[in-house]
Design a protein around this ligand. Structure first.
Ligand SMILES: [Zn+2]
Length: 190
């Protein structure tokens, strides 16, 4: 048995708190404040893990590629950090994303939006498969119950760095559920 020395876990600020949402969003500097505001408006301030690779879930769309494996491994790390408590995964993409060659790579705004939506749906299935595997390793008896919200940021008219969100998919009606009061705890331990 080891000898307890130094400060306790609580004194070191390591808590048992676990977030029950995971956000996968593009880390574009123009987009960051918008998706954080979006999550706060959903009552999730300090209640979500945040994974921000370029293009959000774009790296996940090529099955069994090294990049896809890396992205899914990272998401699985958040799942384990939550001890399997993540119940909602948010995928937030945005217009004029550099990972997609910006808006210039598309013939029109609708083509761009459609491509993002298709990629998000492909990624959703891959994330779900991976989380189900993690869940079965961790707690094979409990039912697997994860919902997904897919949203797309449109550049606001006459702006270059502000976004309005369009909800593309919320099959389980997550956004219609009442949310808990704001939680001002300083951070969720990873
Ligand atoms: Zn982007």
């Amino acid at each position: 048995m080891g000898i307890m020395t130094g400060r306790s876990i609580i004194e070191r600020g390591v808590t048992q708190h676990r977030a029950d949402a995971l956000l996968v969003a593009c880390g574009d500097y123009r987009f960051v404040d918008d998706w954080h505001k979006f999550m706060c408006e959903k009552g999730l301030n300090y209640k979500y893990y945040c994974y921000t690779p370029p293009g959000a879930t774009k790296g996940i769309i090529s099955p069994r590629s090294a990049l896809s494996d890396t992205r899914l491994d990272d998401i699985a790390t958040y799942w384990r950090a939550s001890q399997g408590q993540i119940r909602t995964v948010f995928e937030l993409h945005h217009e004029d994303c550099a990972a997609y060659g910006r808006s210039l790579a598309f013939t029109c705004a609708e083509d761009e939006r459609r491509r993002h939506f298709e990629d998000m749906r492909v990624a959703r299935l891959a994330i779900d498969r991976r989380l189900m595997i993690e869940h079965e390793r961790m707690n094979p008896i409990a039912p697997f119950d994860v919902s997904y919200v897919l949203a797309y940021g449109h550049v606001k008219p006459n702006k270059t760095d502000d976004y309005d969100f369009e909800i593309l998919e919320d099959i389980d009606g997550v956004l219609g559920r009442p949310t808990a009061p704001p939680d001002e705890r300083p951070f969720a331990a990873l």
